[in-house]
Design a protein around this ligand. Structure first.
Ligand SMILES: [Zn+2]
Length: 89
């Protein structure tokens, strides 16, 4: 949807670009980032997270489909962020 400006679900060409997504909970508001947990603890995940990239969204104004994209590439450390490649051909 980002490059085609066409909704892959319904075919609409009426697309909205949300440039700065808000990340909001009951106590704070900020710019939404893709983040991961650095540590796993017994029975759950540690509360500390690392932000690795700002997110933007493209929204189909006809059906409401939302696609999120990273604004810039993120670092691949092989532990928290792992590079995958689909089959060729
Ligand atoms: Zn749509």
């Amino acid at each position: 949807m980002k490059h085609s400006l066409t909704c892959p679900k319904c075919g609409s060409k009426d697309i909205l670009h949300v440039r700065r997504l808000a990340d909001r909970d009951r106590v704070s508001t900020g710019v939404q980032h893709l983040a991961y947990f650095e540590k796993e603890i017994l029975g759950g995940l540690a509360k500390d997270t690392s932000g690795v990239g700002r997110l933007e969204a493209y929204v189909c104004s006809a059906c409401g489909l939302v696609e999120h994209y990273l604004v810039e590439p993120i670092p691949v450390d092989g532990v928290h962020v792992v590079a995958l490649r689909g089959p060729s051909g």
